[in-house]
Design a protein around this ligand. Structure first.
Ligand code: SAM
Length: 207
């Protein structure tokens, strides 16, 4: 791991992910979480204040130890009992059908083998279990999308592997998860640059 990824990236992730312009979208999405919950790509724990009160325990997956270290004070400030697993989401150490809910926020952009990770999400969900997501991705505007494709190689270098141009809906559906139309939403985030601001959120069910 480079010096930048070890020392700068965790600070950058904490600063960017706790930004109020993003925080406002978390609570409505996380309201769909229930039962036994797994969060993939936990980062610095920016979701913790926004889980429904009935969530008392959370399994989390996060491969970057430097980022996990910066999550510690957010975990300490939360009432949720966080059970950490230091690994990537491409191979989850849980039995099939272990979780009622899997949460991913601003993480599908960064997972190298994102298709494998979504296959694992589907596997560890119970039948009828819910994948709850809030992600940035490929804009429907061709001019913005062109710049997202151009700038993704740079963004991957400075943003811990983050792609600007992933088609979030297609990725989720390709994994065999069924998006609930009434909870699905796509829009530009207010006050964020369009390159990073096309948000896709909702719930997808494992049938
Ligand atoms: C932009 S951050 C988002 C953090 C958090 N989900 C949030 O909403 O604030 C992306 C996170 O995905 C994590 N990540 C990268 N590769 C991963 C993988 N293979 N499996 C799971 N998480 C991964 C990164 O370490 C980072 O913490």
């Amino acid at each position: 791991m480079s010096w930048y990824d070890r020392h700068v990236l965790p600070r950058l992730i904490e600063w960017a992910m706790h930004d109020r312009r993003i925080a406002r979208y978390r609570k409505p999405v996380l309201a769909a979480a229930s039962g036994r919950v797994l969060e993939i790509g936990f980062g610095t724990g920016a979701n913790l204040p926004y889980y429904p009160a009935q969530i008392k325990q959370l399994d989390i997956v996060e491969p970057h130890t430097g980022i996990s270290a910066r999550a510690a004070r957010h975990i300490a400030a939360s009432d949720i009992d966080v059970v950490p697993h230091c690994l990537g989401a491409e191979r989850l150490p849980f039995g099939s059908g272990s979780f009622d809910t899997v949460v991913s926020t601003f993480t599908l952009c960064s997972i190298p083998a994102v298709g494998a990770a979504l296959d694992e999400v589907r596997r560890v969900l119970k039948p009828g279990g819910r994948f709850v997501f809030l992600e940035h991705g490929l804009s429907p505007e061709p001019a913005i999308a062109r710049w997202q494709h151009r700038l993704t190689p740079l963004q991957k270098r400075i943003g811990g592997g983050c792609h600007l141009d992933r088609p979030v809906r297609e990725l989720i559906e390709t994994a065999g998860l069924t998006i609930e139309p009434e909870k699905f939403d796509q829009r530009y985030a207010a006050k964020l640059p369009r390159l990073v601001g096309w948000l896709t959120s909702g719930v997808a069910v494992r049938n």
